[in-house]
Design a protein around this ligand. Structure first.
Ligand code: NDP
Length: 256
């Protein structure tokens, strides 16, 4: 690859905010953005967890840990203003933090439905709106949200999660219709079955794990590092003509 091609993917001088960067997919994404040159604001609920911050600082990037509890609407409202104050600007927002609650539909508690919607969809809206206001004003920016295969499929025992992730895919398209002409690219990444804490029960169930692997054309669960390329692409100039897209990263599951 020539250096001009590599420059397309450079995030040198950019400032990115990543939610849920403490572990799993979000940690890999935050580190990838830093490796590509960005300074990082890690939005997380536990400010005392500085492990990823220290890893990013060791790469020579500026990195701050800032408060965000996606379950708390007020915390979501405060997050982007806090990033702008601490970092001075915002070029890239990654809405990654999320939760899953499993119950049969007939038993699904209302409070869990509301919590899943707040954490996985409403928080994405609140943060994207605040980031979008800033980015539209300056005429540039990249917003990337983590969707799911369940943005397209219903799953079993996850009605709230499927509704929320379907919402993430569609709000991405809705916002891109308004912001594409303002220099702001908003897109999503839909992971397939990924070996993170979110799937720990599934990974421990030998039968279920084997069935899933047999169904995945690539023959393995994804891992968090499989998201490094996708997030750098959507955060960089390489994707400047990509708007409202949901990039599926699933080892081929959707195509089968
Ligand atoms: P993990 O469970 O490994 O990590 C979840 C992350 O979200 C952690 O950083 C966690 O922080 C953070 N988080 C959870 N609740 C809150 C909260 N209330 N406030 C702030 N942060 C919070 O999940 P994954 O890495 O697997 O998932 C990342 C994203 O990818 C999620 O949106 C998920 O829905 C999506 N996804 C994952 C798939 C998979 O197979 N793993 C498949 C499809 C989509 P803390 O360390 O503080 O708990």
């Amino acid at each position: 690859m020539s250096s001009s091609h590599l420059a397309l993917f450079s995030l040198q001088g950019k400032i990115a905010a990543v939610s849920g960067g403490t572990r799993g997919i979000g940690k890999a994404m935050a580190i990838a953005l830093a490796e590509a040159g960005a300074d990082i604001a890690l939005l997380q609920r536990d400010l005392s967890n500085t492990e990823v911050r220290d890893e990013i600082r060791a790469l020579g990037r500026k990195c701050e840990v800032l408060q965000l509890d996606i379950a708390d609407p007020e915390s979501c409202t405060k997050a982007i203003p806090a990033v702008l104050e601490a970092m001075g600007d915002l070029d890239i927002l990654v809405n990654n933090a999320g939760i899953q609650k499993r119950h049969k539909a007939v038993d699904f508690p209302d409070e869990d439905f509301d919590l899943v919607m707040q954490c996985n969809l409403k928080s994405v809206w609140t943060l994207s709106q605040a980031a979008g206001r800033h980015m539209v004003k300056k005429g540039s920016g990249k917003i990337i949200s983590t969707a799911s295969l369940l943005s397209f499929q219903g799953g079993l025992t996850v009605p709230a999660y499927a509704a929320a992730k379907g919402g993430v895919a569609n709000i991405t398209k809705a916002l891109s219709n308004e912001w594409a002409s303002q220099g702001v690219n908003i897109n999503a990444i839909a992971p397939g079955y990924i070996a993170t804490d979110m799937n720990s029960a599934l990974l421990q169930d030998d039968n279920r794990r084997r069935q899933i692997i047999e169904r995945i054309p690539q023959g393995r669960f994804g891992n968090a590092d499989d998201f490094k390329g996708a997030v750098v692409y959507l955060a960089s100039n390489a994707s400047n003509y990509v708007n409202g897209e949901v990039l599926v990263v699933d080892g081929g599951w959707m195509g089968r």
